[in-house]
Design a protein around this ligand. Structure first.
Ligand code: AFD
Ligand code: MN
Ligand code: MN
Length: 393
């Protein structure tokens, strides 16, 4: 019988999680935001805060960058690489912003005006060049494109414009890049969104080219959707590029992972684990966090999210895949389900503490971070600056 500790050693060692720059800055809801004295407002502060998460969890070596908020036109590659070297955090996925500029009021790659479509494509080209300069592999594309009223849009024409734009973007990729196409059923558009579900993302990725994949944001599904079924299909088609992790009660709430439905995330990891067991391969998936909520302290929320992800990933790693296959083959329903329930019910926290100790990490990352005094220090340094950074940037 393989020891749980051996299973965890193997599974946790290569489970790295990317943190988002925007998760450290003041953000909020469309009804406003509560500014935090310790929130980051410069790229350097985002690198500094991300390095705290990595120092205390040991598993967050990359920082997702948002082009307009972090590396707008004119930013030098060397200035970003200097911050990366100073804080020991590598640039992660590059996130173009084709939704905030006023010119995107009626869409970006799906805009009826050809020059706006060209503007959006140029921005994506710029983002790809940034990725090349920063040695980032993934360009992570999310489009707010859509419409708010029936009759407003020619949905088929917009599909063709998006397809054309993504194909041209794909042709701009270097051989080392991937293009991750994210979907979202609604918001900010409330009648139709041009890339609204996994099928649309999948087709666009397939049409764009061999380096395109689907990005699954766990908050971007209708409440009843079976996300692990989507994950299983994408794994089967080798089209799963990665995740944006968060949790939701109602919609795209960007609540911290596992705060509402941890079993959902466990079932997603179970699908991936069973795929890897059956194929004896490691799925090439980018595990990224995409959350930035109003009320929890930004760095503490990120550390809590990472340790929650590790716990759920560790639980899924304990699944008895042989037993699962045996019970499935014999249609032993309760036994098969109990394989899931037994793994999910296992308290892996002591095993995680052992794993952390063995790797020179604090047993309780959040407690250790709180004891470090970092928040007190940055509150002093950043006090009074928050009003300047009222936007995402
Ligand atoms: C918003 C969008 C989407 C995107 C993220 C970062 O809903 O999830 O990935 O911003 O741009 O959350
Ligand atoms: Mn996302
Ligand atoms: Mn989102």
């Amino acid at each position: 019988m393989i020891q749980h500790s051996d299973v965890l050693e193997r599974s946790l060692n290569d489970f790295a999680i990317e943190v988002p720059s925007w998760g450290f800055a003041n953000t909020g809801t469309r009804f406003g935001k509560y500014l935090q004295a310790t929130a980051a407002s410069t790229l350097e502060e985002k690198f500094a805060d991300a390095s705290q998460v990595h120092i205390f969890t040991g598993k967050c070596p990359t920082l997702a960058l948002h082009v307009e908020w972090d590396v707008p036109k004119g930013t030098t590659i060397s200035s970003v690489l200097e911050l990366s070297a100073r804080y020991g955090i590598r640039p992660g996925s590059i996130n173009p912003n084709t939704f905030q500029d006023q010119s995107y009021k009626h869409g970006s790659l799906c805009n009826e005006e050809a020059e706006i479509r060209a503007q959006a494509l140029d921005h994506i080209f710029y983002s790809i060049e940034l990725a090349a300069g920063l040695s980032s592999r993934d360009i992570s594309l999310w489009f707010a494109d859509g419409s708010n009223y029936p009759g407003m849009a020619n949905i088929r024409k917009r599909k063709e414009w998006m397809e054309e734009g993504l194909r041209q973007a794909h042709d701009h990729l270097g051989p080392q890049h991937r293009m991750l196409i994210e979907y979202k059923p609604f918001e900010p558009a409330f009648y139709h969104t041009d890339i609204a579900d996994w099928g649309m993302s999948f087709l666009h990725a397939r049409h764009a080219g061999p380096q395109a994949r689907v990005l699954v944001d766990t908050g971007h599904h209708y409440i009843s959707q079976n996300i692990e079924q989507i994950v299983a299909w994408l794994l089967s088609e080798d089209m799963l590029g990665g995740f944006h992790f968060n949790d939701r009660r109602y919609a795209d709430d960007d609540l911290t992972l596992g705060s509402i439905d941890p079993y959902q995330i466990f079932r997603i990891f179970a699908e991936i684990g069973h795929y890897e067991w059956e194929t004896n391969t490691k799925a090439d998936i980018a595990y990224m966090i995409d959350q930035s909520h109003n009320v929890k302290n930004k760095i503490e929320a990120m550390i809590q999210t990472v340790t929650t992800a590790q716990e759920l990933y560790a639980k899924a790693a304990l699944l008895d895949h042989e037993a699962l296959e045996f019970h499935r083959a014999h249609q032993e329903i309760i036994d098969a389900e109990n394989v899931y329930k037994d793994a999910f019910a296992t308290d892996v926290r002591p095993l995680l503490q052992d794993w952390r100790r063995a790797h020179g990490l604090p047993e309780d990352p959040l407690k250790a971070f709180r004891a470090s005094g970092y928040l007190k220090e940055v509150a002093r340094q950043r006090q009074g600056r928050q009003k300047e950074s009222a936007a995402y940037a």
